[in-house]
Design a protein around this ligand. Structure first.
Ligand code: ADP
Length: 259
């Protein structure tokens, strides 16, 4: 009987230790997440100062060399800014603090704004950039326009980043019953079949892209943001041929007219 008690005792001790370790791990993870959120938030202020001052140099300098240095500073500072924004968003999602603010927006206008944001970079690589918004698209949709824009910018930036020179990028928007479907297609390097789901995981990057800038949070954020608004994301891709990322958003307009 003593043996039985001893065994039960040992089990209870193990359970207790496991519980303690679990609590400690959760606390460490929460601490890390809060720490990253704080640092990212704080770091954005000096980066904005650098960008602001750099803008003055770009405006006022007549010296070509100085202007070139200032453009390089701008590129680096913007890239830092977006990395910290991604880390901040990721920690918001992890702690359930990511808020979705639905407003009315026009998808066609949004897409044209986006395309002009990446057009310079696309032109540098001689990429053809086409936008096609279906005529049946309602002029007013409901959703968090800033967050949807953030996701679309990310898909478009990826398309530009992962498509070699003289490729094609196509942005399409159409209504498919209860959903509005937005797609970004490219004729780029594509994704290996075994990594098709991994690309939405945090910090996942394919081996072959290590030369390109990025931390691998963008698609994770994208999927979380779209899912939070009642939509979903999908990717279809073929290696060395290209990829298409799809965003399905609930067509609130449709729901309203049906009720
Ligand atoms: P990042 O671009 O910063 O690495 P993302 O989360 O946006 O992070 O993408 C994760 C990974 O998915 C990329 O590192 C790349 O391997 C793959 N990927 C994303 N978009 C494309 C694309 N358009 N074509 C090929 N691979 C892509």
């Amino acid at each position: 009987l003593g043996d039985v008690y001893k065994r039960q005792d040992k089990k209870a001790r193990e359970r207790d230790e496991f519980r303690k370790a679990k609590i400690a791990a959760e606390e460490a993870s929460r601490y890390m997440s809060e720490f990253l959120a704080k640092v990212s938030h704080e770091v954005r202020t000096p980066i904005n100062a650098v960008l602001g001052m750099d803008e003055m140099i770009l405006r006022e300098s007549r010296n070509r060399d100085i202007k070139k240095y200032a453009v390089d500073i701008q590129t680096a500072a913007r890239s830092l800014h977006s990395i910290f924004n991604e880390i901040l968003d990721s920690s918001k999602i992890q702690s359930g603090r990511m808020e979705i603010v639905p407003v009315e927006y026009n998808l066609g206008i949004m897409l044209n704004e986006l395309v002009s944001m990446v057009s310079v970079r696309a032109a540098e690589k001689n990429l053809e950039l086409v936008v096609d918004v279906d005529d049946s698209m309602p002029s007013v949709l409901k959703g968090d326009d800033l967050r949807i824009k953030q996701v679309a910018v990310n898909l478009l930036t990826n398309a530009v980043k992962y498509t070699p020179e003289y490729g094609k990028i196509r942005v399409e928007a159409e209504v498919l019953g209860m959903f509005v479907r937005l797609s970004v297609s490219d004729t780029g390097i594509g994704i290996a079949p075994e990594h098709m789901n991994d690309v939405f995981q945090r910090f996942f990057r394919e081996e072959k892209v290590h030369n390109e800038k990025g931390v691998g949070i963008g698609l994770y954020l994208a999927r979380e943001i779209i899912t939070k608004q009642g939509g979903y994301m999908k990717v279809v891709s073929k290696e060395d041929a290209g990829s298409t990322f799809f965003i399905y958003l609930p067509n609130e307009q449709e729901e309203l007219s049906q009720n």
